[in-house]
Design a protein around this ligand. Structure first.
Ligand code: DGL
Length: 279
């Protein structure tokens, strides 16, 4: 195919460090694309916030990324996707990819029993976005959901393994899997949770496939580039930037677990409050 060589970066947004799990897969799959990541760590977690707050914060992050001239936006946050995707699509003049549909596709492809467990933030669970999206992928599937409000703060604090992680993960998964023994696939419906994957897999046990949205989101981005924008060939000179609204040292400590020495210097960003929460 012809390449129009749009060298602008792909923008990736999450409430914090979780979207790095999606960014990592994007960089693996599309090594010639430049990327720009924004984590709103200063205001994470989004999960317990009202839908209005999530929409307002998401809109501010999206405005910043658009101001940096990204060519495509990945909302690498399930909570923001579940509560704000239509708003982001209205706001952005570039193509937008969320993570809920790709996550639903990954779960539908993995299950044999047809019974999927979704673990996610309270905001994502309450939105009902996953039961709807999984039902669209396969209406015969049964979906059980479990909100896990303590997991995002654990990951943001860098406690991705050890006794605290083990206790919290067990507290959520064991009752869910005991109540629904037909669950053979556990969908990590929050982009922070893949950072807890070894603990989650150990607790879920061998009979349960643990899937997330990173791989299928990267495929969705690849498809969009092919269909609309063309691929960039920066022949090894792709540029990667990562920015946070929170504490740079804390962000770097967790981000190094994902990217190791491929982590670029983390930038500090102050967002303009573009949306008023109060009337
Ligand atoms: N990574 C976000 C998600 O996928 C976490 C949301 C939060 O900050 O609570 O939902």
């Amino acid at each position: 195919m012809t390449t129009r060589a749009d060298r602008r970066p792909v923008g990736v947004f999450d409430s914090g460090v979780g979207g790095l799990t999606v960014l990592s897969e994007l960089r693996r799959r599309l090594p010639d694309e430049s990327t720009l990541y924004l984590g709103d760590n200063g205001r994470a977690p989004y999960g317990p916030r009202s839908a209005d707050e999530v929409r307002a914060f998401t809109s501010e992050c999206v405005a910043w990324l658009l101001g940096q001239d990204v060519k495509l936006l990945v909302v690498a946050c399930n909570t923001a996707t579940a509560q704000a995707l239509p708003l982001v699509r209205d706001q952005a003049d570039v193509p937008v990819v969320g993570v809920v549909r790709p996550g639903a596709v990954a779960a539908a492809a993995a299950t044999r029993s047809g019974h999927v467990g979704v673990v996610a933030t309270a905001g994502t669970v309450t939105s009902g976005a996953y039961p709807v999206a999984i039902g669209e992928a396969n209406p015969a599937m049964i979906v059980s959901q479990q909100a896990c409000p303590t997991l995002v703060p654990l990951v943001e604090a860098g406690k991705v393994e050890g006794p605290d992680a083990e206790r919290e993960v067990r507290g959520y998964l064991e009752p869910m899997l005991a109540e629904d023994p037909e669950i053979d696939t556990l969908l990590l419906g929050c982009t922070h949770y893949p950072l807890l994957r070894p603990t989650i897999e150990r607790v879920a046990g061998r009979g349960v496939a643990v899937v997330d949205s990173a791989f299928t989101t990267a495929i969705a981005v690849e498809d969009l580039l092919d269909a609309l924008l063309g691929r960039t060939d920066l022949s090894g000179s792709a540029r990667h930037r990562i920015a946070t609204t929170g504490d740079v040292a804390a962000f770097t400590g967790v981000a190094e677990r994902v990217f190791g020495d491929r982590l670029p210097g983390v930038e500090s960003v102050r967002l303009e409050a573009t949306v008023s929460l109060k009337a």
